[in-house]
Design a protein around this ligand. Structure first.
Ligand SMILES: [Zn+2]
Length: 310
């Protein structure tokens, strides 16, 4: 037996006790399986929601992240394997507002679990002037528009609460645990919100992001977002015309920092920065998995915004 085979066997032996519960649940001694068997199987669509699910659910849930590490969730489509994984889950946590285009297919294919739409209760219509077109409803009553709610910490709080409510409803034995975890974490999000508010007050308000991800953030903190890619999708096209427009905006508003993102080529931002004698910093839309958590990533964004605006 070579080392590789050995490893494979070890892996199988380690994995089987967990998966066999699902497949052979009724045949196994319940004494040893009841704990794992009762864990909520939770699939979250992309990273901030996966983190929130883990914070709320702790050891009481089995949490799975759908969009793979390093992959950007706009335009991502699940494989057959992903769909099978989702079919077996108790709950699927989504952002909503059209961010998960695959979710309707899943419902049509008789998904038996609960879809937790974390945008429920977020009043996009009440956002400030200039964004009246945000948050209209489609023919199914679903909100459509800019999906980037998680970048406003106060909306993130609502997402966390929606997750906790859904877990509590599905697993009433542990409902207090889920609700207490959400309450504790939401206090941290409140502190993050005050920190952003305080530290950006009195600073300039115009910034140039890469893609149109920071409208809700900008609305919340009285900032004014301009973008290089003028769509809510980071793969949007950059044309010579958009470059020219951004450069003239930067000059008019005396902007010296051009933002980029982790997953995009910084070349575009660098061209603009060179043109205006400025520099490139990262403003993360938190769409891909990183070593940092939501709060530390948002704090890094705040630091970079302060460099740009204060
Ligand atoms: Zn985005």
């Amino acid at each position: 037996m070579n080392a590789q085979t050995k490893m494979a066997i070890i892996a199988i032996v380690v994995v089987i006790p967990l998966t066999s519960i699902v497949v052979y649940g009724t045949n196994v001694n319940q004494e040893f399986t009841s704990n794992d068997n009762s864990k909520l199987q939770v699939v979250s669509s992309f990273n901030p929601l996966h983190e929130f699910s883990q914070i709320v659910g702790g050891e009481k849930i089995d949490a799975t992240l759908l969009v793979p590490v390093g992959v950007e969730p706009h335009d991502w489509e699940p494989t057959i394997k992903d769909v099978q994984r989702m079919q077996k889950s108790d709950l699927i946590v989504i952002n909503g507002i059209g961010f998960e285009s695959w979710v309707d297919d899943l419902i049509e294919n008789d998904y038996q679990g609960i879809i937790v739409n974390t945008s429920n209760g977020i009043e996009l219509n009440s956002s400030k002037e200039g964004h009246e077109d945000e948050g209209h409803e489609d023919e199914h009553g679903h909100l459509e528009g800019d999906p980037h709610i998680w970048l406003n910490p106060l909306y993130a709080k609502i997402q966390v609460q929606n997750i906790a409510n859904a877990f509590a409803n599905s697993d009433s034995t542990n409902s207090e645990f889920y609700l207490a975890n959400a309450e504790k974490y939401n206090k941290k999000l409140d502190s993050l919100d005050s920190k952003i508010r305080t530290e950006l007050s009195g600073c300039n308000s115009d910034f140039i992001a890469f893609h149109d991800a920071f409208s809700y953030f900008a609305d919340e903190y009285d900032l004014n977002q301009h973008t290089i890619v003028a769509t809510t999708n980071s793969h949007g096209e950059v044309t010579a015309k958009t470059l020219e427009d951004v450069i003239s905006t930067a000059r008019e508003l005396n902007i010296k920092v051009i933002f980029s993102e982790e997953t995009v080529n910084t070349k575009t931002s660098q061209i603009i920065a060179n043109e205006i004698g400025g520099r490139v910093l990262v403003l993360s839309p938190l769409e891909i998995v990183s070593e940092d958590n939501y709060i530390s990533k948002m704090t890094q964004n705040l630091e970079n915004l302060k460099e740009a605006l204060c």
